[in-house]
Design a protein around this ligand. Structure first.
Ligand code: NAD
Ligand code: TDX
Length: 342
């Protein structure tokens, strides 16, 4: 049996990218459930990060630091003071990576390198958040799903930069003994996801009186998981995971993009065929599917959101009641998509 980090809650964690979609949901999840844990968030507040995503959390639970994960001097100040680093910060959108890959290599590869060096120097536990996209894609009729043994075969600049970051984590763990774990999760949905992403884009299109937009033939499959289930899985791995191991996170949520758009249209009381076909994404992965047996059997994790239509309805309600949160981003995102024929 390899070394286990601990089976108690860490007192102080550094959460990178904690002002983004998944990072902020993770911070709220920990604040609500683990009163013993103090969180320092390090976030550069790019277009994808909002300080307000962390509003309502008291100063004795949270310290917010506006800064870059590539800033080694800043990491030398912050890292000695925590027990563990939970690394969410990334450039996260595939379409952006196709238009301009440079920030993806900088933040996802160099940023992870800088954090690993800080974890090595100050001997800190490191948990790396990654994606199922590192495994490439599956055919629609393939009976298999991704497991921890699936070979890496990334397709896009985004997924290849995440794959590179995973490789750095593995090397720092084996060569330098950094106490690291990795999780590769499927597509998240829930509150505070940027309007550039698939589900928020379609919800906010409908709220603006526009039609949802489907790439290609709409039959591409994604394996959806509610962001709170991602958070509980990350906490489980951070506190119980075996050092040096990778865990896949997924909740058996495979759905075609067309079915998701139809479900959103249905929830708005619109005809389920009232969407538009738009230009396909270059190199568009066909299907992702996660087998999370290792996480479930070894660490006892289970998802709570097993009813996708309930989670989707709650997400739609969130975008309806938080128009101020997304409205300022919407026009710019749509102008960018229009310029790409999407
Ligand atoms: P996001 O784009 O919503 O948030 C990213 C956050 O990182 C933002 O707050 C941004 O300001 C911050 N950031 C970016 N560059 C930074 C830098 N150089 N220094 C400090 N902060 C920086 O992304 P997300 O969807 O919340 O994804 C979070 C993580 O989860 C990423 O590592 C992503 O690869 C991974 N992931 C996402 C999904 C998904 O479905 N969204 C699925 C699996 C894994
Ligand atoms: O308008 C759209 N129409 C459409 O058909 C958009 C924005 C997307 N799509 C398709 C492309 C994908 O097949 O929907 C699917 C989901 O698209 P995205 O939300 O861009 O997600 P994806 O590319 O699958 O990547 C997401 O999951 C894995 C996250 O953005 C990544 O950060 C994560 O690693």
């Amino acid at each position: 049996m390899k070394k286990v980090f601990n089976e108690i809650s860490p007192d102080k964690i550094l959460v990178t990218g904690g002002a983004g979609f998944i990072g902020s949901n993770f911070v709220h999840w920990v604040v609500d459930r683990h009163p013993e844990t103090h969180i320092t968030v390090l976030d550069a507040l790019t277009y994808a990060g909002k300080r307000e995503n962390l509003s309502g959390i008291s100063a004795d639970r949270l310290r917010f630091v506006h800064g870059d994960i590539c800033d080694e001097g800043l990491l030398d100040e912050l890292v000695p003071d925590v027990d563990a680093i939970v690394h969410f910060a990334a450039e996260s959108h595939n379409d952006n990576s196709i238009a301009d890959p440079a920030p993806f290599v900088r933040t996802n590869v160099m940023g992870t390198f800088c954090l690993l060096e800080a974890a090595r120097k100050h001997r800190k536990r490191f948990h790396h958040i990654s994606t199922d996209e590192v495994y490439g894609d599956l055919a629609l009729d393939d009976p298999h799903r991704f497991t921890e043994e699936t070979p890496y075969r990334p397709s896009s600049p985004y997924s290849s930069s995440k794959a590179a970051s995973d490789m750095l984590v593995r090397a720092w763990c084996r060569t330098y003994g950094v106490e690291a774990t990795i999780s590769n999760c499927s597509n998240n949905y829930g509150p505070r996801q940027h309007v550039e992403k698939f589900i928020p884009r379609q919800i906010t299109n409908l709220l603006c009186g526009n039609r949802p937009k489907l790439y290609g033939d709409g039959l591409n499959v994604r394996d959806w998981i509610h962001v709170d289930d991602h958070s509980s899985a990350v906490w489980t791995i951070l506190t119980k995971g075996r050092i040096g191991e990778t865990y896949l996170i997924g909740a058996d949520g495979e759905r075609s993009n067309r079915d998701v758009v139809r479900a959103i249209l249905g929830a708005f009381g619109e005809s389920e065929d009232d969407f538009e076909w738009v230009r396909d994404r270059p190199g568009h992965d066909r299907r992702y599917a996660i087998d999370s047996s290792k996480l479930q059997n070894e660490l006892g994790w289970r998802p709570c959101y097993t009813d996708f239509s309930r989670g989707l309805q709650e997400t739609i309600e969130w975008y309806k009641t938080n128009k101020d949160w997304w409205f300022a981003d919407k026009d710019g995102v749509e102008a960018r998509y229009n310029s790409m024929g999407q």
